[in-house]
Write a protein that binds this ligand. Structure first.
Ligand code: CAA
Length: 258
């Protein structure tokens, strides 16, 4: 893959690690960065050796939101003609499991792209917020939708209407993040979790992810139907046979992603 200007993409065993890399601007999400991110995601999705993606920023900032200097001169018609947020949705449609490892600021679009990931793990120094209200606008990449489903109406309203940030521990209490770690060990902990997930069968991971995501999209009854069908589908896989056989033979399963 060609070198990208705004991210670093590394492959560590079965984990693709994408580092947002515009440190001068606290990883503000300009169009070029989103293009680079999507290129790395396309590569990771096609790569049979990659099972999981970890998305991270710097220690000071995961991402400080959409790039305000790029947005500054746009008007309503510009946005109608070219919805610059649309390409951001690539991450939410990525098939393999994704983990956001958030250290420092996850603000505006930064909080929103973290929420597009399947799991958020956070460093103790992390801060989450939707400060768009201070810029005279509102969130545009899930900050009123995913955040509300994640933390409930009252807290989402407080965050979106006041622009106030919450700490890593508050985010954990609210269920926005799954774990909080001392800042210096965040990446190792994120990789440990990623390696654990990456050791499973990829087609089963893809189905499990789809099944959980259905909980956001469907009624309970339809969600249950979808879960049952996906469960049944795992019975078409060699990896399902291997998983159960290995358990009964008291050995570790060897998955072949088939
Ligand atoms: N866009 C463009 N540049 C940004 C930026 C952003 N979102 N966030 C920070 N920067 C730039 C600053 O302009 C500054 O650049 P210069 O050195 O050239 O002046 C550099 O990054 C460092 O920032 P600060 O000097 O402000 O650093 P700080 O440590 O004092 O403050 C901060 C950190 C609290 C994160 C502050 O930078 C800040 O409030 N940033 C903006 C956060 C924000 O409002 N995000 C929402 C954007 S809108 C959005 O995301 C819409 C959407 O839903 C899609």
């Amino acid at each position: 893959m060609k070198k990208l200007d705004n991210i670093i993409y590394e492959k560590i065993k079965k984990v693709g690690v994408i580092t947002l890399n515009r440190p001068k601007y606290l990883n503000a999400l300009c169009d070029a960065l989103i293009r680079d991110l999507n290129e790395a995601l396309d590569d990771a999705e096609k790569d049979d050796n990659i099972n999981v993606v970890v998305l991270k920023g710097s220690e000071k900032s995961f991402a400080a939101g959409a790039d305000i200097s790029e947005m500054n001169n746009k008007d309503f018609v510009d946005l109608l003609k070219r919805d610059f947020i649309m390409p951001w949705e690539r991450l939410s449609k990525f098939k393999k499991p994704t983990i956001a490892a958030v250290s420092g600021y996850a603000l505006g679009g930064g909080c929103e792209i973290a929420m597009m990931c399947d799991i958020i793990v956070a460093a103790e120094n992390s801060r989450f917020g939707q400060p768009e209200i201070n810029l005279g606008t509102i969130p545009a990449a899930g900050g009123t939708q995913r955040l509300t489903r994640s933390v409930g109406k009252s807290k989402a309203m407080e965050m979106v209407l006041s622009g106030n940030m919450i700490t890593a521990h508050e985010a954990k209490e609210l269920g926005l993040v799954s774990s909080v770690f001392p800042t210096e060990i965040l990446i190792n902990k994120a990789l440990e979790l990623a390696n654990n997930i990456a050791s499973k069968s990829l087609p089963v991971l893809i189905m499990a992810k789809e099944a959980v995501n259905r909980a956001y999209q469907l009624s309970l009854e339809e969600g249950m139907k979808s879960e049952r069908r996906l469960f049944q589908s795992t019975f078409s896989l060699s990896d399902r046979k291997e998983g159960m056989k290995a358990f009964l033979e008291k050995r570790k399963a060897k998955f072949i992603n088939k």
